[in-house]
Design a protein around this ligand. Structure first.
Ligand code: NDP
Ligand code: MG
Length: 325
């Protein structure tokens, strides 16, 4: 696998382009700020009237509507929520995008599942930073960078790859590494991971462990320290050393316990379920469910947020986090 760095790209390529960042949320704001600090001058934010537009203006950016921005920009960066991108593209961008311009995504979902079928005379590029926007910005300010994946779906200009690398470098990713993928691979792996590992499975595992202890009469504080607080320690160790060497930092008792317990929880049934999740992602069934909930005003998402916020673990966590800031 080839990894690209600052030296492999020409930053001046995007510095000389008119760039519109559409959306000023979790990704939009950090990306726009990093681009400006990387010397982009013809840089605006595309937003509808409201909080995001106001915030972008307060940060010193010129603001255009999405349709104005599409007509003006050489590169339009699509950083609206995934569920809204299809409508925004269809209603505001498609008829305004100039031939030879580039549409750039931070996630492959709308292209992979054909919620957007871009016109043929534009470049379609993916630059996906592998982490949240807050970290993308902080790493940049610390003269470090966040790894980004990149992919090309359409190369109408003949320089889509050079633009992708140049853009990733402007985000700071050339200091860490820029890795080639495809829209399908980035999207499917990301949607799988969200459900089967990171945001789906790990919180449920934490909660199930916490509930098992408290149901058995353990104090909520002890259960919280064991099942929640220590997650940070293992995450840091895996990040710094990898899975195998992480075990060197734990006691023999912990290591032997891991050997006994780990595969009883993540057993053959759990792996079968993971494969089923991957199939639902790849067939488009998951994206259909997502869009259905979005169109109805997110009843399932809102119910799940309310349920999580009401769980007694939140009050315990709030108390304990004050002890260990
Ligand atoms: P957010 O929900 O944080 O931000 C979305 C932005 O889009 C807001 O500024 C919102 O403005 C704006 N917006 C919504 N609808 C419209 C519209 N109709 N017209 C104009 N602007 C609109 O989204 P994220 O930053 O989390 O996600 C953006 C993209 O980045 C997604 O593709 C996501 O998959 C990807 N991504 C996100 C990561 C993250 O850190 N969250 C990590 C990597 C990729 P308003 O205030 O007007 O609603
Ligand atoms: Mg994601």
């Amino acid at each position: 696998m080839q990894v690209y760095f600052d030296a492999d790209a020409d930053l001046s390529l995007v510095q000389e382009k008119k760039v519109a960042v559409l959306g000023y949320g979790n990704q939009g704001r950090p990306q726009a700020l990093n681009l400006r600090d990387s010397g982009l001058r013809d840089l605006i934010v595309a937003a509808r009237p409201g909080a995001s537009a106001d915030r972008a203006a307060a940060d010193g950016f010129g603001v255009m509507t999405p349709s104005e921005a599409a007509a003006w920009a050489d590169i339009i960066v699509m950083l609206a929520p995934d569920e809204d991108q299809g409508r925004i593209y269809g209603e505001e961008l498609a008829s305004n995008l100039r031939s030879g311009s580039a549409l750039l995504f931070a996630h492959g979902l709308n292209i992979r599942f054909k919620l957007i079928e871009p016109k043929e005379d534009i470049d379609v590029i993916l630059v996906a930073p592998k982490g949240p926007g807050t970290a993308l910005r902080q790493l940049y300010l610390d003269s470090k960078g966040m790894v980004s994946l990149f992919a090309i779906e359409q190369d109408a200009s003949g320089s889509a790859e050079a633009i992708a690398l140049s853009y990733a470098v402007a985000l700071g990713s050339g200091r860490a590494g820029i890795i080639r993928t495809t829209f399908a691979e980035e999207c499917e792996a990301d949607l799988f991971n969200e459900q089967a590992v990171l945001w789906g499975a790990i919180p449920e595992l934490i909660l199930a462990g916490y509930e098992t202890l408290t149901e058995a009469g353990f104090s909520p504080e002890v259960a919280y320290f064991e099942c929640v607080s220590e997650v940070k320690l293992i995450a840091d160790l895996i990040h710094e050393r990898g899975l195998a060497a992480m075990r060197e930092a734990i006691s023999n008792t912990a290591e032997f316990g891991a050997l006994q317990g780990g595969t009883r929880i993540i057993n053959a049934d759990a792996r079968t379920e993971m494969r089923r999740i991957l199939r639902e992602v790849r067939s488009g069934a998951f994206v259909q469910d997502l869009m259905k909930d979005a169109e109805a005003g997110y009843p399932r998402l809102r119910a799940s947020r309310a349920k999580a916020a009401a769980h007694p673990i939140e009050a315990v966590g709030e108390r304990l986090r004050k002890l260990t800031p």
